[in-house]
Design a protein around this ligand. Structure first.
Ligand SMILES: Cc1cc2nc3c(=O)[nH]c(=O)nc-3n(C[C@H](O)[C@H](O)[C@H](O)COP(=O)(O)O)c2cc1C
Length: 505
């Protein structure tokens, strides 16, 4: 009968081998053991929480998960097929980072994931896209390939393409509505949450039916299901972020989701999970304690060996502290001043992108910028001439969006924005490719969770990026969360904190 003490507390708590714990002894001097003590009269039996006990049981059942954790998408294939496969194999789920990837590549990566995972879970990221046609092509490909779930992000309202994915194949069997395509919507605003807890908008459904994308039966069932099965509340995080704290957002948005769905008579509840800032066992536990149905990680996964970034970036990430991240202008919404959370250590991206944005706001075109500044931009930031970058940019847009070239030829400010966006767009590619000639220009999306994780694992083998495997990291967070849950509970019951010694992970 092991008794929990300073040496073995971690092995015993949060260990599936010991499903029950027994708390006994005098109040204030309680002892914990793994079997019921024979002579003690006062004895409490406690189920011993483990990693797989966390989270909403329906969530895990819906996606076929052992653990209530998924790895969020990371664009440009940073959340790679290898990462998705590793997470799927270990009882979690990964969302493939389809953002910024060509349709053919996404299709190939889906085939790879399906071949490796069989019926194990995975998701593909659908990002709101100003180009509705491209978004519809992606949605159609996902339907054709029977992709079971998508992580939908950056939407303000669910687009036609997303509603198409949701409704295609929906049918009624024995009174129950079967929805073959699951959606986890990632949001950080109340009004967007409400859209995803509600059924798809009637006008969008009608437009899809009129265009022949969905059948009359599919359209008729639309009003009886929510747009999403699950909502991830994303707090301050790496990459695009509203930068809001999880402790404020999560409880409020869980309550809102519950209030909103009371308006409808769904056969299944819309659940709410949490992402943003989760990088230690206790932060993972905190999210579950606030009511999260599941947790989502991002930044920490980028530093793992399976991520689609470069070894150089993984190394930088493993050395990142919480204060080493900042907000900087982003490529896709440069003109609006939108920002992303990035690393500011060992790269000048944040300063450079900010300078380019300030020039863009202040001047009507590149030629209007004072000559000395223009020279500095070309030498120190672009490391190329404005005209040469423009030639390359022109070729790109002639293929992708020829209308933009016409606008730019007429308006020098548009031209300047496109050239500056070349720098911002290329900088994330240089990071993924590990182009050391451009290491000071690398745009590395990263949130505070990375620094928290690095501090947490300092002095352990996980301090080194080459030892970080995404499945093990996920398990460690949950396992540690379970340990801390049990430890806190036992201390509140009267067990001395001394029994648990110094915390290790
Ligand atoms: C490098 C990187 C790229 C990301 N790209 C995307 C993306 O393309 N789509 C998306 O939905 N979320 C993206 N995210 C957000 C993650 O999926 C996840 O929600 C977030 O990282 C969780 O917060 P954390 O970074 O604090 O762990 C990205 C995050 C990072 C760090």
């Amino acid at each position: 009968m092991p008794v929990v003490n300073q040496e073995n507390s971690r092995q015993i708590l949060a260990n599936a081998q010991y499903p029950m714990l027994f708390v006994h002894g005098m109040p204030g001097q309680m002892t914990v053991s793994t079997d019921a003590p024979e002579q003690e009269k006062m004895c409490f039996r406690l189920p011993n929480l483990t990693a797989q006990d966390f989270g909403d049981a329906e969530f895990k059942k819906t996606y076929g998960l052992k653990y209530a954790l998924y790895g969020g998408a990371m664009a440009n294939g940073i959340a790679s097929s290898d990462m998705v496969i590793a997470l799927g194999r270990c009882g979690c789920m990964g969302s493939y980072g389809a953002g910024g990837m060509r349709l053919e590549t996404v299709a190939q990566e889906i085939d790879k994931i399906k071949a490796a995972l069989g019926d194990k879970p995975y998701m593909i990221n659908m990002l709101s896209n100003r180009n509705g046609e491209m978004e519809m092509q992606l949605a159609q490909m996902l339907v054709e390939k029977n992709v079971p779930a998508v992580e939908a992000s950056a939407y303000i309202i669910p687009s036609e393409a997303l509603v198409y994915y949701r409704l295609k194949g929906i049918r009624q069997e024995n009174g129950r509505i079967i929805v073959p395509h699951k959606i986890i919507a990632k949001i950080s605003r109340e009004e967007v949450l409400e859209k995803f807890v509600s059924p798809p908008a009637a006008e969008t459904v009608a437009a899809l039916q009129k265009a022949g994308h969905i059948t009359a039966e599919e359209a008729a069932l639309a009003s009886r299901i929510p747009m999403a099965d699950d909502i991830t509340v994303e707090a301050d995080s790496g990459g695009h972020t509203d930068g809001r704290p999880l402790v404020s957002m999560l409880p409020a948005l869980i309550a809102l989701a519950n209030r909103k769905q009371a308006e409808f008579d769904y056969q299944q509840k819309v659940r709410v999970g949490a992402g943003g800032g989760i990088g230690t066992g206790l932060s993972c536990l905190g999210a579950f304690e606030m009511g999260a149905a599941y947790v989502v990680t991002g930044s920490i996964n980028q530093s793992c060996v399976e991520s689609g970034t470069s070894d150089y970036v993984r190394q930088v990430l493993a050395e990142t502290a919480m204060a080493d991240v900042t907000m900087a202008p982003c490529a896709d919404m440069f003109e609006t001043g939108a920002k992303v959370e990035v690393i500011r250590k060992k790269t000048l991206y944040a300063q450079n992108a900010q300078k380019l944005y300030e020039y863009y706001v202040k001047y009507p075109g590149f030629d209007a910028i004072p000559a000395a500044d223009r020279e500095r931009i070309e030498k120190k930031i672009l490391k190329d001439t404005f005209d040469h970058v423009w030639q390359g940019t022109k070729e790109y847009f002639t293929r992708m969006d020829p209308g933009k070239i016409l606008q730019a030829e007429k308006n020098p400010k548009v031209k300047m924005a496109l050239v500056f966006r070349w720098y911002l767009g290329s900088s994330s590619r240089w990071a993924v490719q590990g182009d050391l000639n451009r290491k000071f220009d690398m745009q590395i999306w990263c949130g505070q969770a990375m620094g928290a994780f690095n501090l947490w694992v300092k002095g352990t083998p996980l301090e080194r990026a080459e030892n970080r495997y995404v499945g093990e990291v996920a398990h460690l967070l949950l396992q540690s969360g379970a340990y801390h849950y049990m430890k806190n509970l036992l201390i509140r019951m009267g067990v001395s904190p001394a029994n648990f010694g110094q915390d290790v992970l």
